[in-house]
Design a protein around this ligand. Structure first.
Ligand SMILES: Cc1cc2nc3c(=O)[nH]c(=O)nc-3n(C[C@H](O)[C@H](O)[C@H](O)COP(=O)(O)OP(=O)(O)OC[C@H]3O[C@@H](n4cnc5c(N)ncnc54)[C@H](O)[C@@H]3O)c2cc1C
Length: 406
């Protein structure tokens, strides 16, 4: 059997590894010259346990995320090795309830507690699956003194220390590239734009174009892991989108802390259009602030080709604006100057999700992220990971689907 995986982001690479693990030959197509250079590399790598989704009281999003989170590290460890730098994690996140949160603080506190109960239940079967972290203890409420020391108390009305961590997506991307380059059953066709997929009696025909002209190749099964290109290709094989979706371009800022600077806490500000601090090891720090970092929205089937690394003035606006906003909430960041930050980088990517309105609307579908995963039409399987967190989980689902097991 030969399987074509369209899209060499995090989802496509994980799917290729899971399928090749079953002894099947896989070809990964991507329009970029290298694997995992788009959304899969441009995010902050939070491996969601579900705490973020207080806007979905049905808990379906939380349950989905924690299933993905518990599959994430075991998958990477199996394919990349237990000593891979890809498995290194950030400082665990404090969930900070913002003064302008979209839900009352006690409702959010109740939500965090309930989510923890579900995590403890799910992790009970595999207690070390989440990077070996102990998931048994509930989120710890910070004392008023702790909260006031770490955050601006005028904006941070309550705070809970959780066990949730992030990986460094650039390190994971590099490890995946190496693993795939060395894999005897996986080949890559890079620099190839996919334009069509056609169902034939015994095969799927994949149509693309690369620097040498048209590309046509036949496969027994095809996985559509194109992320922002997925909906457009789905329609060519008759998988209608049939509901509102939104492509959002979001940037984030990363830098190395200058010598002697205080390490900020990893923190996620909830619930609504706020932001995050991720404190990786060795001073590497990531910041995002939604009102500054969300730069464009498209409801087109295929979004415009937005820049991953924006040029000035956008770069400087995002860097300075994000740092200023976060300095207001996180005192540890206050001495930093955007003009002199070592290794300062602004990178961004597209977030694809169901919904008609942005997250400023508390009723937006963007607050519910569980309607993701696989849709199949014959030999064509389209996978929407929804989040980076879910990629290994759905990779196994893709492999089971092409093997006829699910
Ligand atoms: C700023 C930001 C922060 C985020 N933070 C988090 C987070 O903390 N935690 C989390 O779980 N998720 C997060 N996400 C979401 C997460 O990044 C995505 O859900 C996930 O990476 C998408 O899957 P992917 O990696 O396969 O996508 P991509 O990396 O975009 O992969 C898709 C690939 O398909 C290729 N492609 C597209 N169209 C075509 C075509 N026509 N022909 C050929 N190739 C094509 C692209 O080049 C790309 O390589 C974030 C996203 C962004 C943008």
């Amino acid at each position: 059997m030969r399987v074509g995986v369209l899209g060499g982001g995090m989802q496509g690479c994980c799917a290729a590894l899971a399928i090749a693990d079953r002894g099947v030959h896989v070809t990964i197509f991507d329009r970029n010259p290298s694997l995992v250079t788009r959304a899969g590399a441009a995010n902050e790598g939070k491996i969601h346990l579900g705490y973020m989704y207080a806007g979905d009281p049905s808990l379906k999003t939380a349950r989905t995320m924690m299933a993905g989170a518990l599959a994430f590290e075991p998958f990477l460890e199996r394919h990349l090795g237990a000593s891979s730098p890809a498995l290194r994690t950030s400082a665990p996140a404090t969930y900070v309830i913002h003064r302008d949160a979209q839900h009352p603080p006690d409702e959010i506190a109740g939500y965090l507690k309930t989510v923890h109960g579900l995590i403890a239940e799910q992790a009970g079967r595999n207690p070390s699956a989440y990077f070996g972290v102990d998931l048994g203890s509930p989120p710890r409420r910070l004392s008023a003194a702790e909260r006031e020391a770490a955050f601006n108390p005028g904006l941070a009305v309550d705070a809970y220390q959780t066990a949730e961590v992030a990986i460094d997506p650039l390190v994971v991307a590099e490890a995946l590239r190496q693993c795939i380059a060395d894999h005897p059953l996986i080949e890559t066709r890079l620099g190839c734009e996919i334009v069509d997929a056609v169902a034939e009696p015994d095969h799927m025909l994949v149509v693309g174009r690369d620097g040498d002209g048209p590309v046509r190749d036949r496969f027994d099964q095809v996985i559509n892991a194109l992320w922002c290109g997925r909906l457009a290709l789905n329609e060519t094989v008759g998988i209608e989108t049939g509901r509102a979706w939104v492509h959002r371009l979001k940037y984030g800022v990363s830098f190395r802390l200058p010598e002697g600077a205080e390490r900020p806490p990893s923190a996620t500000f909830i619930s609504g259009p706020f932001g995050e601090v991720v404190s990786y090891g060795e001073g590497l720090t990531y910041l995002t602030w939604y009102p500054t970092c969300l730069r464009a929205i498209s409801h087109d089937l295929a979004p415009p080709e937005w820049e991953t690394y924006p040029a000035d003035p956008v770069r400087s606006e995002v860097l300075a604006g994000t740092l200023t906003a976060m300095q207001e909430i996180v005192p540890a960041l206050r001495g930093l100057d955007p003009g002199t930050l070592p290794e300062a980088m602004v990178k961004g990517g597209i977030i694809v999700a169901w919904g008609a309105t942005d997250i400023y609307d508390p009723r937006s579908e963007l607050h519910r992220r569980y309607e993701i995963g696989l849709s199949t039409r014959g030999r064509f399987h389209s996978v929407d990971p929804g989040k980076l967190t879910m990629a290994p989980y759905f990779a196994e689902a893709c492999a089971d689907r092409v093997m006829g097991k699910a």
